[in-house]
Design a protein around this ligand. Sequence first.
Ligand code: NAP
Length: 313
Amino acid sequence: MPKTENVIIIGTGCAGWTAAIYTARANLEPLVISGEQPGGQLTTTTEVENYPGFPGGIDGPELMVNMQKQAERFGTRVEYSMVTGIEKQEDGTFVLKNTGEDLHAKTVIIATGASPRHLGLPNEKELIGRGLTSCATCDGAFYPDVPVAVIGGGDSACEEATFLTRFASKVYLIHRRDELRASKIMADRALGQEKIEPVWDSQVTEYLTDDEGKVRGVTIENRKTGDKSELDLKCVFVAIGHIPNTQFLEDTGVKLDENGYIIQKPGTGKTDIAGIFAAGDVADHVYRQAITAAGNGCQAALDAERFLADLDE
Ligand code: NAP
């Protein structure tokens, strides 16, 4: 008989590791499934300045490694694979279809986060890694002394653009409106950079490529005047928000909202399926912060712990 785990946590971002720390300290010996991007979105960030407890800021990947160490210290186990589906069994337990062997659990905490959104232009997929990316931290250094662009007007776009001034000769910040969505501090920081040139009211309508199939520029359309123009550049960093990683839940019956985010019972980590809990960005399109994901991971862990205690009674 395969082992039935007390709790399987899917995802290794702030929500997943926090759920692991709490369930491990409750002696539930959680098994964590890493997912495609171990450490989650913070592994693509540089400095995290707003996570409490680090007055001087902390490096994103370092914060995630620390969380993992803290979870492992209390007996958390990690498997590096991807869950592809969850099936509820008649006895109330769950089978997790996996890129490795099937896994069995009494409770599941889904903390799979969200992935960067793209514009949906025709040649986008082929261009990823060929001058099109969503991660300035990962790819910025590959584009020294050349013009680049960031698409978006939120905190991510401002953060990426500011970071890219370390390398690029110029950073176009292409936004579809004439006002940034970003918080004032991030917006001021970006707009105060000499190398950053905002391109307002503009939508990228085409990625232009060179003979090697790499990005050489973009066509932009001014949304107020309808005027089209081209910008010569070597790399485009897309920072227009995220899509929740819930595609693998299609046949599970876990309730999702119209944008694919898991619907939690208000103020809890519970989903509408008893024994399945959710935490972090996969269930939060509003706050999407490291600290809110961690807090929600704690809620899901405590809810799972109480659910298991009720089963035992
Ligand atoms: P966001 O706040 O949702 O901003 C997305 C931006 O992309 C918006 O400016 C939006 O334009 C634009 N956009 C969306 N779809 C588009 C499309 N199809 N074409 C062109 N533009 C499009 O996302 P985010 O910047 O990733 O931030 C997400 C959350 O993380 C926020 O809560 C943010 O505060 C947080 N965050 C915090 C930090 C930090 O504190 N260090 C860093 C990064 C992110 P409109 O404005 O017109 O809607």
